[in-house]
Every structure is written in structure tokens, then in C-alpha cells.
Design a protein around this ligand. Structure first.
Ligand SMILES: *[C@@H]1O[C@H](CO)[C@@H](O)[C@H](O)[C@H]1NC(C)=O
Ligand SMILES: *[C@@H]1O[C@H](CO)[C@@H](O)[C@H](O)[C@H]1NC(C)=O
Ligand SMILES: *[C@@H]1O[C@H](CO)[C@@H](O)[C@H](O)[C@H]1NC(C)=O
Length: 451
């Protein structure tokens, strides 16, 4: 029989169709961990984390306010309540003051876009259990029935997507004081009332309603993944959900999961692996070093300054990570101008140096103490050396890049190619121009055609 071209392509199509149908994930880590991470996530490198909830009303100490007050009974929090609130005032009494009256999602989206971030992750529900959308299983402990009377998750999502940014949702599996959770905990997590009636219905609801590009799971650590039914949820998410092809998740899906299972790795908060990992990872960090949520008692000296933030971004990207930077809005819906200034500063740096960040990969060498310390990133045969110390001299020596006759060296933001000469063993010496003013205190040498 003569086999025609169209028969061959039909046959090939059948093969690939069968393999697509066959690629269903099963609810176990071996299968789920084999899913390739959707490509957009590694490209974008930089995101904004937004911690917003009822904790933004007391705005004191940290977003763990309720826990420090009632759980740990930390004297600072207990005294704060005694001094400032009438006896009998409960945490739930804060919710009506979560007004969000100045919340303008488009204005937030403008700031986030100007920061150069390509994804935004909002707390849909933190450990306090208050949902920032009208969850039908929240017993009215949500932003539509109480507080702002508004769908915060939906409204921010619409504004973020209008800017072409990716939208992710943070979700805490546990809730400190939820009676169903506490009763399951009492049983040694043998019962799953809380999972069946709260955690899982809400996760499915979030995905179906808002189609998040990313789910940032948290609050998993007290119970095993078998209690949370995380693998069942993820199998549905990857096989059948409306975001199955683009959704990215982190690694907090049950005690012992982080740094081991799930999508990309967060590991611990503010994780710094100090070396390349053989797995995609993300460092989350807050501009206010003490708290992820807004607190009225923050001091300028407790904030990351712009050079520190850019240094963080640079080493993280050089080590193959993404940077998720948190700012806490106020209960009335404002991003404090000091945070806005930091974010716009990062964006201004990225306007000039972004090509050394977005869409890059780590290089064969990640860092070296050249004339001053540098961090390397790469795109094909172009290598970027980013430095955050002014060398205070007009020559710059790098030992790692191997030059060729066609090597071209430039300083990003400065038009003219720079003079360079190979060094004897390996590497090169570059003649630097006067460094342009950089409020972030970071500059990039771009080297095309190096090995
Ligand atoms: C968890 O998954 C198991 C196995 O699929 C199932 O029998 C159980 O009903 C699920 N529990 C909840 C709370 O969804
Ligand atoms: C560069 O020098 C610093 C300070 O001495 C040191 O901690 C670091 O490990 C060095 N880095 C490399 C890549 O040699
Ligand atoms: C760079 O040059 C050095 C010295 O000639 C050589 O040993 C090394 O293999 C080269 N590396 C690459 C990646 O070309």
C-alpha cells in the first residue's frame, strides 16, 4: 500500500493525540512532580506579593497579629489591646474597619507595572481565615459580607490582567482558630471535616472563579498532605481545571513537602540556597523586614532600601530563582508611598537593566570576585555581569568569560561599545566609561559573543 503524506500526518497526529490523552497526572507525588513547570514563570523573574486582610486593621506588629495576641499571648500584643480597645473586643470586631475605601485596583496595577514585576500574588485568605472574596463556605467571614463589601480578589485580578501581568493567589490551608480545623487537629488529623467543608471547597472555588496563573499555598505544616488531600487537588488542577496548562504552584502542600514536592520551590520564607539548585525556586521577601502585612509601627530603618532590593533580585536571578517581593497595603486600600517609591525604583533600574534579568538563564559561572563582585546571567552567547559596587577605577577585569574576535562589550544604558582586551589566561579587561547615576547602585556589563 502506498502511504501518502496525509496518511503519515494523520498517523503522527493520532500518536500525539493519544499521548496527550495519556498524559493525565495521578494523585501522587511521583506523577505530579513530573509535570514540567509552565514556561512563563521562569521568564518573568520578578513578582509582587500583596498581604492584605483583617490584620491590616490593627496594623500592629505583623500580619500574625491574632496569633501573637490570642495564641502566643505575646505581652506586646496583649498590652496593645488592653491600652487601645475596650474589654471584650474580639478579632472579628476589626473586620468592619477593613473599609478599603481608597482601594483603586487600577492605581495598584499601575504601580506594580511600573515596578517591572510581571506577576502579582494576592492573599486570597491568610491564616486568620477571612476570605477576600465572597466565599459561600466562609460563614460570612469574607470581604463581601463584611469589611469592604467588595470582591477584592476579583477586582484586583481584573486590573492586573488589563496590564498583561500574571495573576496569582496566595491561599493558607490552615486557619489558626477555625473550630473545624481545631477539632480535626484534636483527632490527630484523622478526621477531615475542615478540609471537606472549608479548605478544599474554597480552593476549587478560587480556581474556577478567578482562573489564577499561580497558586501560592501556605499554612500546610501542621498536617500531612494526606490530611489536606493536596495530591487530589493538584491532579484535578493539572488535568481538568480551567488553568491546567498555565498554572504554576509552589511547594507548601503538607508537612515535609516544601523543598521536595509540588511546582517550584519556596522552601523556607526568604530562602537563599547560596548555589544553583536543580529545580526552579523563588525567594519571597518583604520590603518591611519585620512584617509581610502593613504595620503602622514600622520604622524607615526596618525597610529594605533600593540597593538592597536590587541586590536581592540580581543574585536570585543569577542563581536561577524568581523574586517575589511583598508590600502590605493599609486597611483603607493604600499602598504606602514609601513602598511605592521602592517599587518604582526597581522598575526604573529594570528599564535600563531588564534585559539582563527577564528571559535570562543562569550561566556556567554564577558569581566571581572580579575587580568588584559580579553576578552573571546569560541569553545564548550573550553574558551579563551585574555589579553593585562602584569599582572607582576605569578598568574592569573579569576572569570567567572567554572572548572571541567578535566579542562586543557595552554598559547597559550607555550607547557606545567599550574597549576591551583579552587577559593572558582567560577573561578580559574592559575600559569603563564614567558610570551613569544609578539610584539602585547597580550596573550591567553586556558581553556579546563570549563563551
Ligand atoms: C480525600 O481523598 C480521598 C481519596 O481520594 C477521598 O476518599 C476523601 O473523601 C477525600 N477527602 C476530602 C475531605 O476531600
Ligand atoms: C568573594 O569575596 C567574598 C568576601 O571575601 C566571599 O564571601 C565570597 O565567597 C567570594 N566569592 C567568590 C565567588 O569567590
Ligand atoms: C575558557 O578558557 C579557558 C582557558 O583557555 C579554558 O580552559 C576553558 O575551557 C574555556 N571555557 C569555555 C567554556 O570555553
Amino acid at each position: 500500500m502506498q502511504v501518502t503524506r496525509s496518511q503519515i500526518s494523520l498517523f503522527l497526529c493520532l500518536l500525539s493525540c493519544v499521548s496527550v490523552i495519556g498524559a493525565r497526572y495521578t494523585p501522587d507525588w511521583t506523577s505530579l512532580d513530573s509535570r514540567p513547570l509552565p514556561g512563563w514563570y521562569d521568564e518573568v523573574k520578578f513578582g509582587i506579593f500583596v498581604h492584605w486582610g483583617v490584620f491590616s486593621v490593627p496594623a500592629f506588629g505583623s500580619e500574625w497579629f491574632w496569633w501573637y495576641w490570642k495564641g502566643a499571648q505575646n505581652p506586646d500584643y496583649v498590652q496593645f489591646m488592653i491600652k487601645n480597645y475596650p474589654p471584650g473586643f474580639s478579632y472579628a470586631d476589626f473586620a468592619p474597619n477593613f473599609h478599603a475605601q481608597f482601594f483603586d485596583p487600577d492605581a495598584w496595577a499601575d504601580i506594580f507595572e511600573a515596578s517591572g514585576a510581571k506577576y502579582v500574588v494576592l492573599t486570597s485568605k491568610h491564616h486568620e481565615g477571612f476570605t477576600n472574596w465572597g466565599s459561600p463556605t466562609s460563614w460570612n467571614w469574607n470581604s463581601v459580607d463584611d469589611g469592604p463589601h467588595r470582591d477584592l480578589v476579583g477586582d484586583l485580578g481584573n486590573a492586573i490582567r488589563k496590564k498583561g501581568l500574571h495573576y496569582g493567589l496566595y491561599h493558607s490551608l490552615y486557619e489558626w482558630f477555625n473550630p473545624l480545623y481545631l477539632s480535626d487537629k484534636q483527632s490527630g488529623f484523622k478526621t477531615q471535616e475542615y478540609v471537606a467543608r472549608k479548605a478544599m471547597p474554597e480552593l476549587y472555588d478560587l480556581v474556577s472563579r478567578y482562573k489564577p496563573d499561580l497558586i501560592w499555598s501556605d499554612g500546610d505544616w501542621e498536617a500531612p498532605d494526606t490530611y489536606w488531600n493536596s495530591t487530589e487537588f493538584l491532579a484535578w488542577l493539572y488535568n481538568d481545571s480551567p488553568v491546567k496548562d498555565i498554572v504554576v504552584v509552589n511547594d507548601r502542600w503538607g508537612n515535609g513537602c516544601y523543598c521536595k514536592h509540588g511546582g517550584y520551590y519556596n522552601c523556607a520564607d526568604k530562602f537563599n540556597p547560596q548555589k544553583l539548585l536543580n529545580h526552579k525556586w523563588e525567594k519571597c521577601q518583604s520590603v518591611d523586614k519585620i512584617s509581610w502585612g502593613y504595620r503602622r509601627n514600622m520604622k524607615l530603618s526596618e525597610l529594605m532600601d533600593l540597593p538592597e532590593l536590587v541586590q536581592d533580585l540580581v543574585y536570585i536571578v543569577a542563581l536561577g530563582g524568581n523574586y517575589l517581593l511583598s508590600t502590605g497595603p493599609t486597611a483603607d486600600g493604600v499602598i504606602a508611598p514609601v513602598f511605592e517609591e521602592r517599587l518604582r525604583g526597581i522598575g526604573a533600574w529594570l528599564q535600563i537593566n531588564g534585559e539582563a534579568i527577564y528571559g535570562t538563564s543562569f550561566w556556567r559561572v554564577q558569581t566571581e570576585n572580579a575587580t568588584v563582585p559580579v553576578w552573571y546571567t546569560a541569553k545564548k552567547s550573550t553574558v551579563y555581569a551585574i555589579f553593585t559596587t562602584n569599582p572607582m577605577q576605569n578598568t574592569f577585569q573579569l576572569s570567567a568569560p572567554n572572548t572571541t574576535d567578535s566579542t562586543v562589550v557595552t554598559l547597559l544604558g550607555s550607547p557606545k561599545p567599550l574597549k576591551w582586551a583579552p587577559l593572558q589566561s582567560s577573561g578580559l579587561m574592559v575600559v569603563l566609561p564614567e558610570l551613569p547615576f544609578s539610584p539602585a547602585y547597580a550596573w550591567t556589563l553586556k558581553m556579546e559573543g563570549v563563551a
